[in-house]
Design a protein around this ligand. Structure first.
Ligand code: DHB
Ligand code: FE
Length: 294
């Protein structure tokens, strides 16, 4: 497929996602522990060799892999590839101890420090933003039910055509990205529009793999969220809309039953609304770093 100039090409979204990752501050934390690097790198290489031997991979296939990997790098698609096919397992490991709400992958399109709208309610959007108006509200509490006043909510999502601002052309910089704060009872109300399902770019290396394997490139429509409050673990989540045809076969394997929204007609008479309450885990005081005297 030749991308329309207004669509997100793999190379353009890949390059933007790569830049974003490099600026994120996450790249400086390389694993310095030699024993751990040895353990992980050896296991990965062994797993790849086991596949070659078990599946009797040919030279043609080996060379196809080599040229594909080169293209993933050239297109800057590593952030997309990793977040679609691997991050969900990393997220599972990172949050398995939690008792509060389930989270999901961050994905490649988070940008920190999105604007805080003056009314603390309406996400930045175009005057004629298309899509069904969506009122998203809820209460943020600790796992024991204590409300978390002033908890922070970061919301970002695709528009009604499935495009993310800063990763697709022709969109205002902060379109459908905002930072909000809960009131003194932990309650929040945010006005936005319903996003469309998202298709990962089909014209790059990831798209090539998807086509060659006969898969589809879709993620179900989703809201991306980060909830944070003092003394609590940051919750990175995605929330989904019942009835989406890709809820059961998300290419990024990031849907969980607990993340499904209950969508109702809006009481205002315009659009839809949903209430989603969030329980955040207190930061553990029992981790080895913080146990007094250790
Ligand atoms: C990708 C895009 C997303 O919007 C998302 O939530 C997860 C992954 C991707 O293109 O890799
Ligand atoms: Fe997304």
């Amino acid at each position: 497929m030749t991308p329309n100039e207004h669509e997100a090409s793999a190379a353009a979204s890949g390059a933007a996602a790569t830049d974003r990752f490099r600026q994120s501050g996450k790249t400086g934390h390389a694993v310095a522990d030699q024993a751990r690097v040895n353990e992980l790198a050896s296991a990965l290489i062994q797993a790849a060799n086991d596949i070659v031997l078990e599946k009797k991979v040919t030279y043609d296939e080996y060379n196809a892999l080599k040229s594909w990997l080169i293209q993933v790098g050239e297109d800057g698609e590593w952030p997309l590839f990793l977040d679609v096919w691997l991050e969900h397992s990393v997220e599972e490991v990172a949050t398995s101890h939690r008792e509060g709400n389930k989270g999901s992958i961050e994905g490649p399109y988070y940008v920190p420090d999105a604007p805080q709208p003056q009314d603390n309610r309406t996400i930045p959007m175009r005057e004629d933003e298309s899509g069904t108006p969506l009122l998203f509200k809820g209460q943020i509490t600790s796992t024991d039910g204590t409300p978390l006043p002033n908890a922070k909510i970061e919301l970002w999502h695709a528009d009604a055509e499935g495009f993310y601002s800063q990763f697709a052309p022709d969109l205002p910089e902060w379109n459908l990205r905002g930072t909000f704060h809960a009131d003194d009872q932990g309650n929040f109300e945010i006005d936005t529009v319903q996003p469309a399902p998202y298709q990962i770019p089909t014209d790059g290396a990831c798209g090539k793999l998807i086509a060659a394997a006969g898969w589809h490139a879709w993620r179900p429509a989703h809201l991306h969220l980060k909830f944070s409050a003092e003394g609590h673990e940051l919750l990175t989540a995605q929330l989904y809309f019942p009835g989406d045809e890709h809820n059961d076969d998300d290419i990024a394997t990031a849907v969980k039953p607990e993340l499904m929204l209950d969508i109702q007609p809006a009481e205002s008479g315009t659009g839809v609304q949903t209430t989603y309450d969030v329980r955040l885990d207190p930061v553990s005081t029992q981790t080895p770093d913080t146990v007094p005297g250790e």
